[in-house]
Design a protein around this ligand. Structure first.
Ligand code: AMP
Ligand code: ZN
Ligand code: FE
Ligand code: FE
Length: 311
C-alpha cells in the first residue's frame, strides 16, 4: 500500500474485511460508530469536516453531528463524509426544561424547513438573548469577557458557555474549562443565566412531526435514579422518545449497563456517543471517548428500524 494516499489506504483496509479490528478494545467486533459530536457550528473545537475526518481516522463507519440547536454543519460534514466513505447522520441536540439537565438528541433531522427546524431558529434567538445577559453579568462580576471576544472564540455561530470558559482559560482567570463551569458558569453559579428551553413533550412532538428520531442524551444528567428515573423516562417514551444514550463517553461500564437495562425494560433503543467537543472537553476523542468507548453500528441499525416503524 506504499503508493496509496493514506486516506485511501485506510478506506481499503476498512472495506477489505481483512479481519483487522476496526476501533474498539479487542478482537473482531462489528464496526464502531459515534452518535454524539459537536463542531464549530456550536461549541466544538473543530469544523464539521474535521470532525468527520477524525471519525474516519478512528475507523468509524458512521458519525452523527449533533450541534446544539443548529443544523448548519450537516451539509459540509456530509460532503466530507461521502468523500471518505463514512456515513453522516444528521442531527442536533436540544436543551429541555427540567430541574436537572435534560438534553435530547434528534437524529435524521435534515436542514431546511419543518416544525422543529423552524423552532430551532427561535431557540437560536433565545440563545443570543441569553448570551447578551451573560456577558452583562460577567462584566458585573468583573470578569474580562466581551461579546466581541465571544463571537471571535465561537467563530461567529452557536455561541455558548464553553466559549466563555475558553476565554477565561486563555486569560488565565481559571485553569480549565471545567473550573470555569464549577466556579462561574454552571447552573447555580454566579454567572449562570437561564435560557428559554423547550418543554420535553413539545421537543419530542416537534422532532417526531419533522420526521426525526429523538433520543435522551446522557440520561443520568437529569439527576434522578431508580424508580424516579424510570417514571420520568416512561413518561418521555409516552411523548415519543425513541432511545436512551446509554453508551456515553463519560459513563462507567456500570452506568452504561444500568441505562441500557432501563432502555430495554421500556422498549427503547440503546444508542451511544462520545459528546466530543475538541478542546472544550479535552478528555474525549471521537469514537473512543476516554479510551473505553465502542458504540456498535447495530445501534444505528436499530435506530433506523425504529424510525421506519409505523408510529
Ligand atoms: P450552553 O448551551 O451555552 O448553555 O452550554 C452547554 C454546554 O456547556 C454543553 O456542551 C455542556 O456540556 C457544557 N456544560 C454545561 N454544564 C456544564 C458543567 N457543569 N460542567 C462542564 N460543562 C458543562
Ligand atoms: Zn456543547
Ligand atoms: Fe448534552
Ligand atoms: Fe452534547
Amino acid at each position: 500500500m506504499r503508493d496509496l494516499h493514506p486516506e485511501r489506504a485506510l478506506r481499503l483496509l476498512h472495506q477489505s474485511g481483512s479481519g483487522l479490528p476496526v476501533g474498539g478494545r479487542c478482537g473482531y467486533r462489528s464496526p464502531v460508530i459515534d452518535l454524539h459530536t459537536h463542531s464549530t457550528v456550536s461549541d466544538g473545537g473543530e469544523t464539521p469536516e474535521q470532525v468527520v475526518e477524525m471519525a474516519f481516522g478512528a475507523g468509524l463507519s458512521a458519525v452523527a453531528l449533533t450541534d446544539h440547536d443548529r443544523l448548519d454543519g450537516v451539509g459540509p460534514a456530509r460532503r466530507r463524509a461521502s468523500e471518505l466513505g463514512v456515513e453522516l447522520v444528521a442531527g442536533c441536540e436540544l436543551s429541555c426544561e427540567h430541574e436537572g439537565t435534560m438534553h435530547v438528541l434528534v437524529y435524521f433531522l435534515e436542514p431546511g424547513e419543518g416544525p422543529l427546524q423552524d423552532e430551532l431558529v427561535r431557540l437560536q434567538a433565545a440563545r443570543d438573548n441569553r448570551n447578551e445577559r451573560m456577558v452583562a453579568r460577567l462584566a458585573e462580576l468583573g470578569l474580562p469577557v466581551t461579546y466581541d471576544e465571544m463571537v471571535e472564540e465561537a467563530g461567529g455561530m452557536g455561541m455558548g458557555r464553553p466559549h466563555v470558559a475558553g476565554i477565561l482559560v486563555r486569560k488565565g482567570v481559571v485553569g480549565s474549562v471545567q473550573e470555569a463551569f464549577d466556579t462561574w458558569l454552571a447552573k447555580g453559579r454566579p454567572a449562570y443565566q437561564p435560557k428559554e428551553r423547550l418543554d420535553p413533550p413539545t421537543a419530542l412532538r416537534l422532532a417526531r412531526s419533522s420526521g426525526a428520531t429523538p433520543v435522551l442524551a446522557h440520561p443520568r444528567s437529569i439527576g434522578q435514579e431508580g424508580v424516579e428515573l424510570e417514571r420520568t423516562i416512561r413518561e418521555l417514551a409516552g411523548h415519543g422518545l425513541d432511545g436512551l444514550e446509554a453508551i456515553y463517553g463519560r459513563y462507567s461500564d456500570d452506568e452504561r449497563d444500568g441505562v441500557a437495562r432501563l432502555a430495554r425494560r421500556l422498549g427503547l433503543v440503546v444508542t451511544g456517543g462520545s459528546d466530543y467537543h475538541g478542546s472544550y472537553k479535552p478528555d474525549l476523542s471521537v469514537g473512543t471517548g476516554r479510551g473505553d468507548l465502542a458504540v456498535p453500528d447495530t445501534a444505528l441499525v436499530a435506530l433506523k428500524e425504529r424510525a421506519a416503524a409505523p408510529r
